[in-house]
Design a protein around this ligand. Structure first.
Ligand SMILES: [Zn+2]
Length: 285
């Protein structure tokens, strides 16, 4: 399995932060179970296994973490309900060290949205920020949701993920397209959540795209495969119709957060649909 690729001056590494599971019906939305159960293992409680895969982007000077991970600040009840498990594989900090980067060397931590399965690892077991020297960036609307969720959003956010960053002045919000440094763009698209972003990494004519929950796994590349978790499914359809064909056409390296098997690959268009092709070793730098 490929976990590293070079895009121009950027080395991109798929890190690890455990795995979990969510209800299969919710993960596949309107797609009927007879279709999706052929694509993935299914647990006894009807959940499907998912990874939480943060990515390191390293240009030799800046060390950027995209989407820190689910973290370990969970009660026993929550661990059981969501199958949260760090026993096999590595935590965010362990996998970062294995990639040659110490937590204090991280210069930027980019969060596409503030759902707990995406940013829980931004604070350690002591509840304090892990990347003490890093600028942390998230869409402002996502920060607001995490601090003050309404009843529709409450299940997806935890203020405890965000408050320690704000208390230490490590977190900044942005509105509209935002570039934390040259070659990296966060593009808020919405649909899945109010502010969810795509992250584009561009250099030397090559592009990588981190898809957050817009395309969570390799089984969500076909356009109708929209999660039931999405706040605005019509908007998700628009976003996916705009960006997935473009990624296929321009042969972007696609970085998937929740795919337990293949975190990196390409989208390919077949006659009437789109699918996923894991990255070939020869594509890797
Ligand atoms: Zn997610």
């Amino acid at each position: 399995m490929n976990r590293e690729i070079q895009i121009g001056r950027f080395r991109i590494v798929a890190l690890e932060d455990g795995c979990f599971a969510l209800d299969g019906g919710a993960m596949f939305g309107v797609v009927p179970r007879p279709l999706w159960e052929k694509l993935t293992p299914v647990n006894d409680d009807h959940t499907v296994p998912l990874s939480t895969t943060p990515f390191l982007v390293d240009d030799g000077k800046n060390k950027i973490v995209i989407e820190p991970g689910i973290g370990q600040r969970w009660s026993e009840k929550e661990r059981v309900r969501y199958h949260i498990d760090h026993s096999e594989g590595r935590t965010l900090v362990e996998s970062l060290r294995e990639a040659g980067v110490q937590p204090e060397e991280v210069t930027h931590c980019l969060m596409t949205h503030c759902h707990w399965d995406h940013i829980g690892a931004v604070c350690g077991n002591d509840g304090l920020p892990v990347f003490r020297e890093a600028e942390h960036w998230a869409p402002q609307v996502e920060i607001d949701c995490a601090l003050n969720p309404d009843h529709l959003r409450r299940a997806s956010y935890r203020a405890d993920d965000i408050a320690p960053l704000l208390a230490e002045d490590l977190l900044q919000g942005f509105q509209g397209e935002f570039s934390p440094l040259e070659g990296i763009r966060m593009i808020p698209v919405g649909g899945h959540s109010d502010g969810v972003c795509l992250v584009l990494i561009e250099d030397g004519g090559a592009t990588a795209c981190f898809w957050a929950d817009i395309v969570p796994t390799a089984n969500h590349v076909a356009l109708p495969f929209i999660m039931a978790y999405d706040m605005n499914a019509a908007r998700s359809w628009e976003v996916r119709s705009q960006w997935i064909p473009r990624a296929a056409e321009e042969e972007w390296a696609c970085l998937l957060y929740h795919d337990p098997v293949s975190p990196m690959g390409k989208f390919v268009s077949s006659e009437r649909s789109f699918s996923f092709l894991p990255l070939d070793p020869s594509d890797c730098g």
